[in-house]
Ligand binder design. Structure first.
Ligand SMILES: Nc1ncnc2c1ncn2[C@@H]1O[C@H](COP(=O)(O)OP(=O)(O)O)[C@@H](O)[C@H]1O
Ligand SMILES: [Mg+2]
Length: 257
């Protein structure tokens, strides 16, 4: 396939987080469009279809919730949007452009420029300090160490952890770990944040603080946020709610909320 099919035409990272805006998706275009996306796991007789021709649109700058029962395919869907996996059929479009990748290296390169991830289990490296965890995506992007540290400290301050930059994850509470993970997701100034049950393992107060961070980011910087959640009351406060049942999007008029 021609190189241009992979190229999202977003200026290259060019050595570090740049003036905000460069990696953001064009206002007006959809941040994410899925066209008839299907996914199955396993092969042969153990092949299990998980997503069935899912089509959806998430506008740039919106805060979207994906809801649905456990096992309905929400994480699979988020992983496809996040280029962590590839669909068996259909197309993923980010910023209005069809995204395809040859291999995991190319996927990682695209992801690094466009997307920040937040997971329920934080997925921080336990032996690195908070700032080193936040700086890691910038290391992969070739940002010089002094700049990495400066930006990591700024990001940690912005999530209320200025006093914890040298702490390691085991020395932090769950809520603090998730705030480090949010700071890490922002390291390369992505236009899209994907969060898979980001408050799922937190108590109400720390979950609320993490939600507030994500909302603030969405409101103030226009970052598109897509969040998987079990919490219907949380989902109802979002701009867009997508309900998944048995690997299909539930039409709005049949949705349970
Ligand atoms: N890597 C995998 N290999 C095989 N089956 C998987 C894999 N990941 C998820 N599944 C299955 O796909 C279905 C949907 O999973 P998932 O997307 O994690 O659902 P949800 O996030 O809504 O709970 C489940 O039946 C799950 O067991
Ligand atoms: Mg899940």
């Amino acid at each position: 396939m021609a190189r241009s099919q992979y190229d999202l035409s977003i200026p290259d990272f060019a050595g570090g987080p740049r003036a905000s805006g460069v990696s953001r998706f064009q206002a007006g275009s959809a941040a994410v469009t899925l066209c008839g996306v299907s996914k199955a796991y396993g092969a042969g007789s153990s092949r299990t279809p998980v997503l069935h021709e899912v089509s959806l649109n998430i506008p740039t700058g919106s805060f979207a919730a994906i809801v649905g029962p456990s096992g309905s395919g929400k994480s699979t869907l988020l992983n496809l949007i996040g280029l962590l996996d590839r669909p068996d059929g259909g197309e993923v479009h980010l910023g209005g452009q069809h995204v395809a990748f040859r291999d995991s290296t190319e996927a990682a390169h695209l992801r690094g420029r466009l997307i920040g991830f937040v997971f329920q289990s934080f997925q921080l490296l336990p032996r690195l300090t908070a700032w080193e965890n936040v700086a890691l995506p910038m290391l992969h992007a070739g940002v010089p160490r002094i700049e990495r540290r400066r930006r990591a400290l700024d990001l940690l301050a912005s999530v209320g952890l200025a006093g914890r930059v040298e702490h390691r994850p085991p020395e932090l509470s769950g809520g603090q770990c998730q705030r480090v993970a949010v700071a890490r997701a922002l390291a390369c100034d992505p236009g899209l944040i994907l969060a898979d049950e980001p408050t799922g393992s937190l108590d109400t107060a720390s979950g609320g603080a993490v939600m507030e961070l994500l909302r603030d980011l969405n409101r103030r910087q226009g970052t598109t946020v897509i969040m998987v959640t079990h919490d219907m009351s949380l989902a109802e406060t979002c701009d867009v709610m997508i309900e998944i049942r048995d690997g299909r999007v539930v039409p709005q008029d049949e949705a349970s909320a």
